[in-house]
Design a binder for this molecule. Structure first.
Ligand SMILES: C[S@@+](CC[C@H](N)C(=O)[O-])C[C@H]1O[C@@H](n2cnc3c(N)ncnc32)[C@H](O)[C@@H]1O
Length: 319
């Protein structure tokens, strides 16, 4: 590594060399020491949580009450859910009959009580799959030969999506809802069909490198536009804005009126623009940095409460 580093240093301007410093052994040691000394990392292990990120969501929920154990049949969508700590928190803090769906571009075994799709949220088709999941209660993550060969959704896709050419059938699939108890919310049944999700949480960023699992044709161009933090704050910020916008579009399309939303943002010059977009979609918008988020990190969280009705997507993104 040191050799690579000194070669790069001899051939490129010093400003670029600084990017490489992230990968030398000193910085790895610093990262390791920080992890080992971190109380949230230790506590995550004790509580069998998949990462320290769980505490960030707990602290957000303590303040803004996204989840509610007393409300049944809640539908929670976790964007960028892998390795699954936020989904664990959502599952623990919601009623046992809630439906939690994690979406991640990388393959990951979801935590107990959580379903998942490996898919890119930037693809429109992923929105269709989320809608299908909530309207038809598809059995995900099945352990059978078909699933092992073709992935979670393949048999459902074969059975259902081949019919989607027929518009009438398409409409029928997407509007068939079952035993959802609408007395839980102020939504009408029609609204419920159109906007099937109660809470969207998005922590999209920093994936670990994928080495297998590229078979999935739902995951189109797996690494295209996927955001790895680079250590360059401007780049990180713009990629983060890209993913926050994608989460917000998902909220406009799938979140029910009065529903709640959280997303992680790496701060930077477009933050105010994103805040304005949030305000066009939600009645209450808050910015919050939980204690569990490290001071030196530029990450912050935007919370949108009480989604507005009749949102014009073009107006939201038009300014
Ligand atoms: C910081 S991790 C999420 C951690 C998770 N909230 C937890 O508590 O375990 C960010 C995740 O976002 C995912 N991601 C990034 N871009 C994505 C995209 N376009 N579609 C779906 N997932 C994406 C990454 O693969 C990564 O797993």
């Amino acid at each position: 590594m040191l050799l690579v580093y000194s070669r790069i240093r001899n051939n490129v301007p010093f400003s670029l060399c600084r990017i490489c410093i992230r990968y030398n052994s000193n910085s790895q040691n610093r990262w390791l020491n920080r992890q080992l000394g971190d109380p949230y990392t230790k506590e995550a292990k004790v509580q069998n949580l998949r990462s320290r990120a769980a505490f960030k969501l707990m602290q957000i929920d303590d303040k803004y009450r996204l989840f509610n154990k007393n409300k049944s049949n809640r539908r929670i969508l976790d964007l960028g859910y892998a390795p699954g700590a936020w989904s664990q928190v959502a599952q623990q803090r919601s009623s046992s009959n809630s439906m939690i769906l994690g979406v991640d571009i990388l393959p990951c075994e979801p935590p107990h009580g959580v379903n998942s799709i490996q898919a890119n949220i930037l693809a429109k088709r992923t929105h269709d799959l989320i809608r299908l999941f909530y309207s038809k209660h598809f059995q995900l993550n099945r352990r059978d030969e078909l699933h092992e060969n073709h992935g979670y959704f393949q048999n459902m896709l074969e059975e259902e999506l081949t019919h989607l050419k027929d518009t009438e059938l398409y409409r029928e699939i997407f509007t068939s809802d079952d035993n959802y108890d609408i007395s839980n919310t102020n939504s009408t049944l029609k609204e419920r069909e159109k906007f099937p999700v109660d809470v969207i949480i998005s922590d999209m960023y920093e994936p670990w490198p994928q080495t297998t699992g590229f078979w999935n044709n739902i995951t189109n161009q797996a690494y295209f536009r996927m955001a790895n933090t680079s250590g360059l704050s401007i780049r990180d910020h713009y990629q983060s804005i890209d993913l926050c916008d994608a989460a917000l579009v998902t909220a406009i399309d799938l979140l029910r009126p009065l529903g709640s939303f959280v997303c992680k943002l790496y701060t930077g010059e477009e933050e105010n623009l994103f805040k304005k977009r949030m305000e066009a979609v939600f009645n209450d918008v808050h910015k919050f940095k939980p204690d569990a988020s490290r001071n030196e990190s530029r990450e912050t969280y935007y919370i949108g409460l009480r989604k507005r009705r009749n949102i014009d997507k073009l107006k939201v993104f038009g300014n």
